[in-house]
Design a protein around this ligand. Structure first.
Ligand SMILES: CC(C)(COP(=O)(O)OP(=O)(O)OC[C@H]1O[C@@H](n2cnc3c(N)ncnc32)[C@H](O)[C@@H]1OP(=O)(O)O)[C@@H](O)C(=O)NCCC(=O)NCCS
Length: 148
């Protein structure tokens, strides 16, 4: 079940994020995102969520994360699909994101969801053993395609 997130979800969002990333975002970070960005989640208790920041006709995926025990069940795909619909309905025509070059699961996910790589930022992410590049991806949303 997909739903818009609220302040009560911040703690669980931070828990999932910490299990997914080297440097997770804490509950206060999540609370701030809930109040200013598009935040959808899956399940109650939460199994996964997405955060997207938008401005005018562009938006950026800030994070998408699925609890490790719930992966490959279509949660991230469902979250992204509903977000794209919501964004397009609100006049967003282009969606961007950055992903670490060594994040094979996410790269496969974004490729499969129709994103195209458009750039590379050297040494963008910190790792215990050095730094890795970020790849920037872009997707034109359906409403924009209809306009040609
Ligand atoms: C990337 C991530 C969000 C995918 O979440 P998920 O809920 O497991 O993804 P879905 O089940 O919706 O997968 C959709 C498709 O993405 C691709 N995919 C997802 N995980 C994959 C993996 N580990 N290896 C290869 N392809 C993968 C597949 O094509 C999959 O479709 P399929 O299962 O029918 O083959 C999840 O692995 C995650 O939370 N990773 C840690 C956080 C992260 O890196 N987020 C993205 C960077 S911001």
């Amino acid at each position: 079940m997909i739903r818009a997130l609220n302040a009560k979800d911040a703690e669980r969002m931070a828990e999932i994020h910490a299990g997914c990333f080297f440097k997770g975002w804490d509950e206060a970070d999540m609370w701030a995102h809930i109040h200013k960005d598009l935040c959808f989640g899956f399940g109650r208790p939460l199994d996964g969520f997405i955060i997207i920041k938008s401005a005018a006709d562009q938006a950026e995926i800030l994070t998408v994360a699925t609890d490790p025990s719930e992966r490959r069940r279509g949660i991230a795909r469902a979250l992204l699909e509903i977000s794209e619909t919501e964004l397009a309905e609100n006049g967003v025509d282009t969606l961007f994101l950055e992903v670490a070059e060594d994040n094979k699961a996410a790269i496969s996910f974004y490729n499969g969801m129709g994103f195209e790589p458009i750039g590379r930022r050297l040494g963008y992410y910190k790792r215990e053993m050095g730094r890795v590049a970020a790849i920037t991806y872009r997707k034109r949303l359906a409403a924009n395609d209809r306009l040609g």
